[in-house]
Design a protein around this ligand. Sequence first.
Ligand SMILES: NC(=O)c1ccc[n+]([C@@H]2O[C@H](COP(=O)([O-])OP(=O)(O)OC[C@H]3O[C@@H](n4cnc5c(N)ncnc54)[C@H](OP(=O)(O)O)[C@@H]3O)[C@@H](O)[C@H]2O)c1
Length: 248
Amino acid sequence: MKLSGNTILITGGSSGIGLEMSKRFIQNNNKVIICGRSQEKLNAAKEQLPQLEIVPCDLSDKKQCRALTNWIMEKHPDLNVLINNAAVVNKVNFLGTDDILEMAEQETETNFLAPIRLIHFLYPQLQKNKDSHLINITTGLVYTPRVAYPFYNATKAALHSFTQMFREQSKNTGVSVVEVMFPAVKTPWHKGNPPKIAIATDRAVEEMLTGLEKGIPEIRVGRTKLLYSISRLAPKFAFNKVNSLADG
Ligand SMILES: NC(=O)c1ccc[n+]([C@@H]2O[C@H](COP(=O)([O-])OP(=O)(O)OC[C@H]3O[C@@H](n4cnc5c(N)ncnc54)[C@H](OP(=O)(O)O)[C@@H]3O)[C@@H](O)[C@H]2O)c1
């Protein structure tokens, strides 16, 4: 992928890894559009990066996904890069949590169904444009679940599986399908308490960009490379390792 001259939609571009991607992509591209639920966070991102185009959208709502994609197709018909980055996580016990089913629905809608909807709605446009890329953001936890997250591992593992399938089904369409697996990264995601091994956002995104430039279809950032290998060779050891990592 060339890292310049693109028109890019980054979901969840108002915080953390998405915001860092916005900073990097804004430099040499035609347009970077970001979406998120909080207008306040979007405004703060635009204050930092005035060239950004910001759009409020709750991706867990199918109608809002449709409205966003209609708006993109009208205003930015040259969109050639879709980055499905927005996600949520609930760190709770499955047993004994009253609104556990609402959490399951929210995570499934945001982390798995929203990317599928955006791909469905925007794919014809990506296919029409030259040098198009679909980039799904997942995590090393697609290989080994972390016990603290009842649904996050599963929703991302589902997106991982979908991405592998879709890369094959879409191989003659001219759109490249990329997955980027991040390790723990220091972002607001961790609510001020990131795991000790978490890396900085600029380092994480730098490695992603290197992988994109090289045309790697599954970009394993930082320690996700090691986790991938260990989870194949010694799955129980990988499971214990991932779950012995302390927060903060
Ligand atoms: N940080 C890590 O350690 C880590 C590790 C591996 C993978 N990842 C992945 O990296 C991606 C980015 O994570 P991050 O750490 O940068 O998280 P973050 O700082 O919490 O940012 C998440 C972004 O997603 C947006 N978002 C959440 N729900 C949304 C919805 N329903 N509709 C639209 N936008 C929504 C948020 O904006 P609003 O709240 O305003 O909606 C925010 O802009 C995620 O896919 C995550 O799974 C992160």
